[in-house]
Design a protein around this ligand. Sequence first.
Ligand code: PMP
Length: 459
Amino acid sequence: MSHTALEKDDCEYIWHPFTQMQEWEGQTPLIIRRGKGSYLYDMDGNAYLDATASIWVNVHGHQHPRINQAIRRQLTQVAHTTLLGLSNPPAIQLAKALIRLAPKGLRKVFYSDNGSTAVEVGAKMAIQYWQQCPTPQPQKTRFIHLGLSYHGDTVGSVSLSGVEQFRRPFSSLLFPSHAIEPPHCYRCPLHMEFPQCQLACLDSLEKLLHTSHQEIAGLILEPMVQGVAGIIPSPPGYLKRVRDLCTRYNILFIADEVATGFGRTGLMFACEHEEITPDIMAIAKGLTGGYLPLAATLTTAAIYDAFLGEGHEGKTFFHGHSYAGNPLGCAAALANLSIFKSERTLAKLQRRIPKLRKALESLSDDPWVGDIRQCGYMVGIELVQDRANKKPFPPDERIGQKIAMTARTLGMLIRPIGTIMILMPPLSASVKELEQMVSILKLAISVVRSSRPSFSVQT
Ligand code: PMP
């Protein structure tokens, strides 16, 4: 099929996710034919640095020979069988490997196929757990989530998310959940500074738990970094204190490691930064190295045990997706984990993360760069009109989008969130590639600035 026929058919037949299709139809779609390492190539063979890791999933680069081989090998056996009433070798081996890697105390793996469902499963597990645990408390039916949080697109995961724009059209469907202030140090809602604040943003959580813990089933958060919120790292001690509060007030702690898991923050799981174990942990994205849709919800023996009983007791967890534990996905995930070991991915990251930080310093004197936030290979660069008062750009100006489109012409794919430029390189990206990403971004920002009519330098 010709290049132009594909472009035409894309507009004719595909409804793209998170995309205003009216705008899309007015543009020529960029069609990616292949990838290699940190690069993607379009139909004409033009190369682009994949600075989004293909929406935060890619780990060891595109076309890694060992993941390719693992999938091919599994294809000689079977592509898919169900986990409903059956099992398969890659799903079994992967569950064992995940439990060995996960924070101590997590014992069981419940498979699904994307991050939203992994979260939704966690929420449903928590609700049913309180009905069936040794001292049942069925009135525990509410959750707590962080403002600005993002946990996925299903009705349950949107109910637990704090992005107003994504909630509004579906408000009639969403279940109620308590939102607490996020730990957003650059725009602290309490106008305080860390460490003098002593994590004052958690005082309201403590108050809420004090008055309402009897009705609260669990609290969900993205450990260490709120991703879609604009890469907002939590200050040191925050995660641990939330975990302690959940334990003290007897509510379940659900860690959404969908974005942060598999090395993204520099450690295998973000929970390790503060040595905590959640009661429930959702993983997806990097699980298969960014190859295939696979997700899992991990939990403790205490939660799992509450679901045991005779069939007629109705304690079964009635949830399961057709592609849960898909053998091809699990084979890819096993290869992904084995590459972490053989290529010493985490050790290499420890050396490269400071180099990425150093490269990012070159952006710090840009008049539009208000804040540079980094946790491992998750970077958010918040652009502002005025650094002194942190005045944001008007959303209609679509500054982030303009910079991303300029970066594309310079050979890099980047997807901003509003005016926050996100760099999310594959973990295999070399120091040179990281430096290139930063310098393309720097150049793209200055190109857009120089074409902005009302531009005036405000430092
Ligand atoms: N949780 C977090 C923290 C995420 O970042 C995402 C996706 N960006 C999800 C859940 C949802 O994952 P998926 O897109 O695979 O449904």
